[in-house]
Design a protein around this ligand. Structure first.
Ligand SMILES: Cc1cc2nc3c(=O)[nH]c(=O)nc-3n(C[C@H](O)[C@H](O)[C@H](O)COP(=O)(O)OP(=O)(O)OC[C@H]3O[C@@H](n4cnc5c(N)ncnc54)[C@H](O)[C@@H]3O)c2cc1C
Length: 435
């Protein structure tokens, strides 16, 4: 179980019968599905909406993630600009930043104690290779901090500098997902847990072989949309410490609960939690053949151990404390790393957030609601709307390329640590991933 769910009571729902006419049936009870219901209900409170969740709400990535409510977007602007206008790209960034505050405002209004703290985010360079990469391109809304300024915010061993953006908040995501689902039920949305919805090729949905009557069907299953070439599940693993005494944070700081990461090639991410732990995550676990998600890969022993070692390398004081939780999950990654919100007549699908889905799913769900209800808003023109993704390569190419890329990223980090220079391996990797 994730740290997050160990701190939160699971809501209980009483949705009544499924066997009635619906305006919208949403398959998937994570942030995408629930925020879609939220935005639909905000437009038209009388809509009859059912959310089907095959397990419990937030049992997927939404209740297991790093809790960064960030304005990150998986692909860079120069790639988006090949497909869309500069205005649309600018609007995307404005909307993403606004989404952070809207999520915080929603939690406050609804009294959801998810520990929302908007302290911004630091990416820290610990060797010259990382520093060169961080300084080579400073995005707007990011500030470059020197070694002294970085250390006044976070005492990470070997920090040479960092970038800082104010546009990120830390939360307990399970508390948010539980609170969101409770709020939806109060507003008349029906949430069916332990209910698997099967979407057929004719875009209708059935449960246990019975077709449901619905005007519109949404697939909001992200990394659980398995075994296809549309997207692949990439594993991200997390660990958390026991609650740490004040003297630890007197030493390592993070006083504003800034989220933070090392500027390594393999993605890392971390936060100081509201109950004074460190929750730390990273990628690196191997991709599983055929784009099938495997529970075992979400609990990859070696990678959890690697994360614990990394945490102690960042903050040597952690060797005196216990790591009490370890868990993982999968993120959905499309071939071009582009998220999507698509509709076609009475069917819609969304996902491909590539690990940036906490704020992005809120925005994507808003766009999905606009499309379903045919509302023309400035969300309808955002780059991910009606985006057509390329297909992933067939196996075994896919398996070889993705696992090769993961392995090379890890080797490139080791090379940069050893040589204190930018990695040559990365040049090869960029040509494989296009990233
Ligand atoms: C370890 C980890 C760390 C991450 N850290 C961050 C972070 O810090 N910041 C960030 O922005 N993003 C992060 N992400 C990504 C983020 O969590 C996801 O992008 C986001 O939660 C996706 O939400 P979702 O609702 O689309 O998918 P999910 O939360 O995965 O929900 C999909 C749901 O669909 C259900 N389902 C699947 N098939 C069916 C079916 N047939 N019938 C009914 N239900 C079905 C599943 O059980 C699941 O609950 C992280 C992800 C992971 C795994």
């Amino acid at each position: 179980m994730s740290l997050w769910w160990s701190l939160v009571d699971h809501p209980v729902f009483t949705p009544g019968t499924l066997d009635r006419p619906w305006d919208v049936v949403i398959v998937g009870g994570g942030f995408s599905g629930l925020w879609t219901a939220h935005h639909l209900n905000a437009w038209e409170p009388t809509l009859r909406i059912a959310v089907l969740e095959k397990n419990r709400v937030g049992s997927g990535a939404s209740g297991r993630n790093g809790g960064w409510v960030s304005s990150l977007y998986p692909i860079e602007d120069h790639k988006l600009l090949k497909h869309t206008t500069a205005e649309s790209v600018l609007s995307l960034h404005v909307h993403l930043r606004k989404s952070i505050d809207e999520i915080g405002g929603f939690a406050e209004r609804e009294g959801i104690d998810c520990g929302f703290a908007k302290g911004g985010s630091l990416t820290i360079a610990r060797n010259e290779g990382q520093l060169k990469r961080l300084t080579s391109h400073i995005e707007p809304e990011y500030t470059l901090l020197g070694a002294r300024e970085t250390r006044s915010r976070i005492q990470m061993r070997g920090a040479l500098g960092s970038t800082f953006t104010p546009h990120c908040a830390a939360i307990n995501p399970a508390a948010l997902v539980a609170g969101l689902a409770r709020s939806l039920e109060k507003r008349g949305v029906s949430i069916f847990e332990n209910t698997e919805g099967l979407i057929s090729s004719s875009n209708s949905v059935s449960v246990d072989g019975n077709n449901l009557e619905s005007k519109f069907v949404v697939r909001a299953t992200e990394a659980y949309h398995e075994g296809t070439r549309d997207q692949v599940p990439i594993y991200s693993l997390m660990i958390a410490t026991e609650p740490l005494p004040p003297q630890v944070f007197d030493e390592i700081r993070i006083s504003n609960r800034e989220t933070f990461a090392e500027g390594s090639h393999l993605v890392t991410y971390a936060q100081r939690t509201a109950d004074e732990r460190l929750a730390i995550g990273g990628r690196g676990a191997p991709y599983t053949w055929g784009s099938r998600r495997k529970d075992a890969s979400e609990h990859h022993r070696k990678d959890h151990q690697r994360l614990r070692e990394m945490a102690k390398d960042w903050f040597p004081i952690l060797s005196k404390f216990d790591f009490t939780h370890s868990w993982g999950g999968a993120v959905g990654v499309t071939r071009d790393w582009a998220p999507y919100v698509r509709t076609d007549e009475n069917y819609g699908e969304m996902g491909g957030y590539a690990g940036d889905g906490v704020a992005l799913s809120y925005l994507a769900a808003g766009a999905m609601a606009d499309l379903i209800l045919e509302k023309k808003t400035d969300r309808s023109d955002l780059p991910f709307v009606q985006w057509k993704n390329a297909k992933w390569e067939p196996e075994p190419l896919r398996w070889l390329a993705i696992n090769g890329a993961i392995r090379l990223s890890g080797l490139a980090d080791k090379e940069e640590k050893r040589t204190n220079q930018s990695s040559g391996i990365m040049k090869i990797l960029s040509s494989i991933t296009g990233q």
